[in-house]
Each structure stands twice: as structure tokens, then as C-alpha cells.
Design a protein around this ligand. Structure first.
Ligand code: NAD
Length: 295
């Protein structure tokens, strides 16, 4: 017999708002103690409208918590050398404590050497080999990519301990899937990763007491893919046409089908998205306070 479950929506927006408020308080105390203000530099190359919205929102939130925001909007004609030179300059700038390179880069630019040229202690997106290595080794000193960090915070807030749970991560990017899987492993979960070449993703997904989906494939995960009672974190964001010539954001999970099946789920929008920005501010504060206290 199929039992209907009363699915709880995980309110990432509210959690992020309280985290942001906490960070604003900490920024204030740091300023009072040291006279210094944390600063975040964001680099955007080209004219991708979605990236522009993200970057402006990040700058707005950075100001809101009392930190300085340095926006570097570069034309799509920017060369690899010019980008490397900009990162080198920001690495040396004592007012800049965090550097974020907004991805994806326009065609013709190779993100890998640019990301790897960011000083690890300013790498607030946790993408350098140093920070990814710290996480892979189960060490806690490195900076953790913002989106998986936000997902983990939501999970721990809901479930308290994750130890011993079966977790399935669908998606294996360096930005989300891989670090997510490593974080869950470090929490004591038994982790399975599914990706584009996985043959039986549906079957694997159904084993997850925790199911994280980060593929960018709208509606990939149907209700029947979800283990009854699972906690589902939907990272995917796709903008689709809506009524009255408008657009709306949807996730990788068929939300309506997940209701009654999952015990908890993050909505899109209002789930993981706000947590990503809050964790960016948290990472910036963390590394800034370390740098300021050492200076
Ligand atoms: P990506 O394209 O770099 O990686 C996608 C991953 O999904 C790959 O590992 C690929 O193998 C896997 N995949 C693709 N199709 C699949 C399928 N049919 N079955 C199984 N696996 C499949 O993307 P990303 O940067 O990891 O982002 C994933 C999604 O999350 C996107 O929609 C992105 O917009 C969203 N995202 C949201 C936030 C947020 O703050 N909410 C942050 C980052 C990314």
C-alpha cells in the first residue's frame, strides 16, 4: 500500500536570511576590533544575462552584510593573459580577501588555469586543487564550494546527524556534485554518485535516504525515483517560459511528484539558491578574518 507522506518544504530562503544576519554581526565586530572590512572581488567575463543577474545579486548581498564588493566586468574579447593578470593583481591586493570567477566563461577561454591561479586562501568558491584536495582528504582547513556547503547546512539542520545514511548525488561537477559527495562522505554517509554515463540512475536514486540532484536537466527526477521518506535537495536551476510572456525557474526534480513521496524537499526557487550566496558571504568572512588577523 502506498502511504502518502506529508512533505515538508525546506525553507532555504529563511535559513539563508538568518545566516546572512549572523555574518553582518560578525563583520561589524571585526570592523570594531581591527578597523578592517572584508572585501570580495567578483570577475564576470562576457555578457551572459543569467550570470549578470547572479553577479549583481552577489554584490548587493555583499554590501548588505557590510563587506566591500569589487566587481570586474570584462568584455567577451578579454584574453586568457588579461584574466590571469587580473587574478594575479587581486591575489596581491590586501583589500581583496575573496576572489570569485563567475562561470561559465565565454568560448575560447580556458577556466582551469585561471581558477588554479587564484590564491587558495582567497578561493571562496573552493575550486583550487588545494581546497578541493583538503576536502577530498577529509580535512577541515580548506574553503568549501558554496553550493554544496549550503546543501550540507540545510541537511544538518533538518536531520541533525547524517552518519550511516545512504546518500545519492546525481551530478558530478567540480562545482557541485563532487564536493557534495565528499562532504557527505566526511559526514559518515555511504555515498553513491550518478552522472551522465550512469546506466541505472533511477534505480540508484531510489536507494537514497538523502537524494541530491545537480544536473541542470529540468524534471529529470520523477516521483517514482524518490525513495519514500527521502530528504531531497534539488540544486538544478532552469529558466523556462511561463504564462503571460514571463519566465520561471524550475529544478531537476518534478516537484509536484515529489510531494507525498519525499519527507522533505527544497523548492526551486527558494531552496538552495539563497544558501549559495549566504555561503559565499560566509566563506568570504571566514577567510577575511583569518587574513586580517594575520596582517
Ligand atoms: P554541470 O553541467 O557542470 O554538471 C552537470 C552534471 O550532471 C555532470 O556531472 C553530468 O554528468 C551530470 N548529468 C547531466 N545530465 C545527466 C543525466 N541525464 N543523468 C545523470 N547525470 C547527468 O552543472 P553544475 O554546475 O554542476 O550545475 C548543475 C545544476 O545546478 C545547473 O542547473 C545549475 O544551474 C545548478 N546550480 C545551482 C546553484 C544554486 O545556487 N542553486 C549553484 C550551482 C549550480
Amino acid at each position: 500500500m502506498n502511504q502518502q507522506i506529508d512533505t515538508k518544504l525546506i525553507d532555504g530562503k529563511a535559513f539563508a536570511a538568518s545566516l546572512t544576519q549572523e555574518i553582518a554581526q560578525k563583520v561589524l565586530h571585526l570592523q570594531q576590533d581591527t578597523g578592517m572590512t572584508p572585501g570580495l572581488a567578483v570577475i564576470l567575463v562576457g555578457d551572459n544575462p543569467a550570470s549578470e543577474v547572479y553577479v549583481r545579486n552577489k554584490a548587493k548581498q555583499t554590501h548588505k552584510v557590510g563587506m566591500r564588493s569589487f566587481m570586474h566586468m570584462m568584455p567577451s574579447t578579454t584574453t586568457q593573459e588579461a584574466l590571469l593578470a587580473l587574478v594575479a593583481r587581486l591575489n596581491e591586493d590586501p583589500d581583496v580577501h575573496g576572489i570569485l570567477l563567475q562561470l561559465p566563461l565565454p568560448d575560447g577561454l580556458d577556466p582551469k588555469p585561471i581558477i588554479q591561479s587564484i590564491a587558495p586562501h582567497k578561493d571562496v568558491d573552493g575550486l583550487t586543487a588545494y581546497n578541493a584536495g583538503q576536502l577530498a582528504l577529509g580535512y577541515t582547513e580548506g574553503l568549501i564550494p558554496c553550493t554544496p556547503l549550503g546543501c550540507l547546512m540545510l541537511l544538518k539542520n533538518e536531520l541533525k546527524t547524517l552518519k550511516g545514511m545512504n546518500a545519492v548525488v546525481v551530478g558530478a561537477s567540480n562545482l557541485v556534485g563532487r564536493p557534495m559527495a565528499r562532504l557527505l562522505l566526511n559526514e559518515g554517509c555511504t555515498v553513491t554518485i550518478a552522472h551522465i554515463h550512469t546506466k541505472n540512475t533511477e534505480e540508484i536514486a531510489r536507494q537514497g535516504e538523502i537524494l541530491i540532484v545537480a544536473t541542470g536537466c529540468q524534471g529529470l527526477v520523477k516521483g517514482s525515483w524518490i525513495r519514500p521518506g527521502a530528504t531531497v535537495i534539488d540544486v538544478g536551476i532552469t529558466r523556462i517560459p511561463a504564462e503571460n510572456n514571463k519566465t520561471k525557474l524550475v529544478g531537476d526534480v518534478v516537484f509536484e511528484e515529489a510531494l507525498g513521496r519525499a519527507s522533505r524537499i527544497t523548492p526551486v526557487p527558494g531552496g538552495v539558491g539563497p544558501m549559495t550566496i549566504a555561503c559565499l558571504l560566509s566563506n568570504t568572512f571566514k577567510t577575511a578574518s583569518k587574513q586580517i588577523k594575520q596582517s
